[in-house]
Design a protein around this ligand. Structure first.
Ligand code: BG6
Ligand code: MG
Length: 220
């Protein structure tokens, strides 16, 4: 058996939106006088918007009502979306286009599996919407990574059994979600340090496609 579909995380795999997330959360934390730095920002990788907010608010002494939290998350998203207007195909990360072309040439199905509710907007900005056979994102799931829901949904949309899917991720939460879904997990960037990743790479430029499409003999 071979891997017959690849599920891509979006933020940090297809496109780098980290800086925009950081800038938007930084503005909110400064306004609220909450300590926030790039190290805390790293912990938000792959985590849903509301869970990200909870991590940020854990550095505050004040307690926030559910309604205040909803308004803060909305303010952050307004700032973030304004910044996303600057995104263009130039922001697609190195190796992505070549990999998508190689996978298409081999008839391998490709999907997005992202926690972001802004997935449709981001894909439109970088001009890749029509390159994916399925898009599972934060708008269609209840449980965010490390729950496997988004990847299982992507596999279902593709009509491919999870065991034949490989996930490419830049976050520990995403690697955990892929393993929980029974899928092969490829860690890139900061996820190259994840102990439970099946393949580890600094970025997508030096990816060995034959190795990517091999099913692991021993699955954890
Ligand atoms: C993930 C990002 O892809 O999406 C997280 O890695 C982010 O940092 C999450 O919090 C949710 O994004 P959005 O766009 O729905 O606020
Ligand atoms: Mg990511």
């Amino acid at each position: 058996m071979k891997i017959s579909s690849i599920i891509f995380d979006l933020d940090g795999v297809i496109v780098s939106t980290d800086e925009y997330h950081y800038q938007a959360w930084k503005q909110i934390s400064d306004q609220e006088e909450i300590y926030f730095d790039r190290e805390i920002n790293e912990r938000l990788r792959g985590v849903s918007r509301m869970e990200s907010l909870d991590i940020i608010l854990s550095h505050s002494d004040k307690s926030y009502s559910e309604n205040e939290k909803r308004l803060l998350a909305q303010r952050k998203n307004d700032i973030y979306c304004e910044l996303l207007n600057k995104l263009s195909p130039d922001d697609i990360l190195p190796g992505v286009i070549d990999l998508l072309l190689s996978l298409k040439a081999r008839n391998i199905k490709v999907a997005i599996g992202s926690s972001s509710k802004n997935t449709p907007f981001i894909l439109k900005q970088i001009g890749l919407t029509s390159n994916f056979d399925a898009i599972a994102d934060g708008n269609s799931i209840k449980n965010s990574k490390p729950d496997p829901e988004v990847f299982l949904l992507a596999a279902k949309m593709l009509g491919i059994p999870p065991v034949e899917c490989a996930v490419i991720e830049d976050a520990q939460a995403g690697i955990d979600a892929a393993k929980a879904a029974g899928m092969k997990a490829v860690g890139i960037g900061s996820a190259a340090n994840c102990l439970n990743a099946d393949m580890k790479l600094s970025d997508l430029t030096n990816l060995d496609i034959d190795q990517l499409l091999e099913v692991n003999e021993f699955r954890s």
